[in-house]
Design a binder for this molecule. Structure first.
Ligand SMILES: *[C@@H]1O[C@H](CO)[C@@H](O)[C@H](O)[C@H]1NC(C)=O
Ligand SMILES: *[C@@H]1O[C@H](CO)[C@@H](O)[C@H](O)[C@H]1NC(C)=O
Ligand SMILES: *[C@@H]1O[C@H](CO)[C@@H](O)[C@H](O)[C@H]1NC(C)=O
Ligand SMILES: *[C@@H]1O[C@H](CO)[C@@H](O)[C@H](O)[C@H]1NC(C)=O
Ligand SMILES: *[C@@H]1O[C@H](CO)[C@@H](O)[C@H](O)[C@H]1NC(C)=O
Length: 203
């Protein structure tokens, strides 16, 4: 009994220190990885970067003229802003495509080549869209008359873009930005009526 116990004790003394050391190192590494992960995650929560957005910064109705046979000429200037509220990562915007229409008549598709917006920054895109002769039916001409009376006219804008944050070597966070809103103008002076809905939502 005594011999056996001494042997077991001896074995413990010879082999365990190394195994314990290895186990200890493994545990330290595991804790370090977990702490690093939690730090990045909590860091993101604290900094709470705003997701990339695309919105209408400004617009102007340059021309809106309808004749008695129902042909409409119009021209609109649109200033789009892509914002990256993340102070830690550049954002890449791509696949920008927005349709603008008036009373279901497509006027133009706004597109842009992929571009990068630096940390905590924004980029403006300027568009001038025009339609030389949109044929309106009598109902739509009635709506135009009503617009002149109210001094307000609305164009429909809808479409999507993709945005992406590169988060170090770990990978990237991808977003799909969806914009759907009515661009409203005062008809008499062409000034834009800002709307909160003209900011993209995640989809
Ligand atoms: C981000 O930009 C705003 C102004 O555009 C500035 O007030 C703020 O301090 C910036 N934040 C960081 C973390 O750079
Ligand atoms: C996004 O645009 C790229 C080219 O810029 C194209 O290859 C890709 O198919 C597009 N993706 C989508 C989902 O439309
Ligand atoms: C972020 O963008 C800035 C300016 O465009 C550039 O100088 C910098 O290298 C970019 N950083 C990363 C990590 O891509
Ligand atoms: C935009 O208009 C084009 C052609 O008029 C159509 O093919 C496309 O599906 C439209 N895009 C959206 C997002 O409605
Ligand atoms: C345009 O007209 C509207 C309504 O009449 C007015 O509220 C607005 O201030 C005008 N804008 C400019 C730039 O004059």
């Amino acid at each position: 009994m005594l011999f056996k116990r001494r042997l077991v004790t001896g074995q413990n003394d010879n082999t365990h220190p190394l195994i314990w050391l290895l186990a200890f190192i493994c545990i330290i590494i595991a804790i370090a990885v977990i702490v690093a992960g939690i730090t990045v995650f909590v860091g993101f929560l604290i900094i709470h970067p705003r997701v990339p957005t695309i919105s209408i910064a400004n617009a102007h109705l340059n021309l809106f003229r309808n004749d008695y046979v129902g042909l409409l000429q119009t021209q609109v200037t649109i200033l789009v802003v892509a914002e990256n509220g993340n102070a830690m990562a550049n954002a890449t915007f791509s696949n920008i495509s927005f349709n603008i229409s008036y009373q279901s008549h497509d006027i133009a598709i706004l597109v842009a080549d992929p571009f990068e917006v630096p940390k905590n920054s924004s980029k403006y895109l300027n568009y001038v869209v025009q339609a030389s002769s949109i044929p309106l039916n009598p109902d739509q001409m009635g709506n135009v008359d009503y617009s002149w009376k109210r001094n307000i006219v609305g164009f429909d804008l809808h479409g999507n873009a993709r945005a992406q944050w590169r988060v170090g070597p770990l990978g990237s966070l991808k977003f799909r930005c969806h914009l759907e809103c009515t661009l409203k103008f005062h008809l008499l002076n062409g000034s834009y009526i800002p709307s909160k809905s003209c900011t993209s939502k995640l989809k």
